[in-house]
Write a protein that binds this ligand. Sequence first.
Ligand code: UDX
Length: 463
Amino acid sequence: PVNVKKICCSGPTCAVIALKCPHIQVTIVDLNQARVDAWNDADFHLPIYEPGLEDVVRHARGRNLFFSTDVDKGIQDADLIFVSVNTPTKKSGVGAGFAADLNYVELATRRIAAVASTSKIIVEKSTVPCRTAESMRTILEANSKPACRFDILSNPEFLAEGTAINDLFAPDRVLIGSLQTPEGLSACESLSQVYANWVPKDCILNVGLWSSELSKLAANAMLAQRISSINALSAICEATGANIDEVSYAIGCDSRIGPKFLKASVGFGGSCFQKDILNLVYLSESLHLPEVAAYWRQVVEMNEYQKRRFSKTVVDTLFNTITGKRIAVLGFAFKADTGDTRESAAITLIRDFLSERAFVNIYDPKVEHAQIWQDLQDASPQQSLQQLQKQVTICSSAMSACKNAEAVVIATEWKEFKNINWELIYAGMEKPAFVFDGRLLLDAEILRKIGFKVVVIGRGERL
Ligand code: UDX
């Protein structure tokens, strides 16, 4: 195996490699000058918010961690290159709405082939459909210089936003896929040695390339499937008077099921779950496996149903109309501890409220206002920004968002929503004042004592 000394990558994962491996020089490259400047910012205003990331950058930046726009130099110097670029769902063409757009992967691969003058290990880190490594290999081999050898590995990312740094420090497993040839296995060993600087050997798994690529899609599909399953049960709870938290707890105690990822919610969001499942659906269809495709597609459909069901509950409860009423939506991110809004359930809920011609006040502690406007515009393209701004107000605190509102909707499980002064909120609201807890976050009994009418997802009890 190659003794890796220099790594080039895009994306912040490798910052942790730099921290844990002081003997390896890590260069994070990005064509966007503003982003690189932000990474190099003297006051550490980094381009993404992720708990713990700043500490990692403080320790390693300038020591063996560098940020640069010089992509070509990064490629030339490195023995090992991580390709982690976006693979969004295709918007048009074959497989639109399902298949992954591999344009960025291909562009990055071609760039490596054009620039590299020595042998490299190329690590595919983006989530890609099964057999993408094969296409990368074909491109690299067709374009490489005579003395250059490229070994391709798949090393999918399993980290979740908000806990990314901890997930990287103590991963459940590191998965490395390679061709099972002597060269493939040797490249795999080179990358394993990098991780072995902080990850126990037993947690570093070596599998075939295709298994590794498929495992990433499968892991996300299985996780999302747990949420859709529990959300499907939450509908039954609401109709029967059972309590979804009790059901989750009871089934999670079965060690074969386990307690994690069983929290009912207003619907899952994030950049991965829906995208990866749709990818799996597309893959299944391409392989002429329509039953398999339909099975996984249902996980996404259940999620859409859950969001629709929740906005309908809000309308039904507010005496079948929310026209002209003010609704405060607390939380806009797709989950707590992130400023990311991709596929956030809040977007769908607010779109529904707006189409009922309600006024909506939004507060989120981390999401940029410009992002909220952008997401709302994308969700209702027929509305102009001016129209939106008549109906929507973005507020700077939960308190101001709830002022004069008829209902509060908890869309993201930010901890601070537990600790706001609900008595004061109540005093400022129209009566009857409603709370719709889409995240099982608040203590409904305490709110009821204050005077609120409370509706909680997965609970069929009285208001
Ligand atoms: C996910 C995977 O967890 C991670 O392994 C993968 O690498 C990327 O995709 P992420 O999208 O960051 O990570 O968030 P995650 O914590 O998995 O949450 C996804 C969504 O599910 C969120 O909207 C969250 O609120 C929701 N969720 C999660 C639930 O509704 N209930 C749960 O019990 C858990």
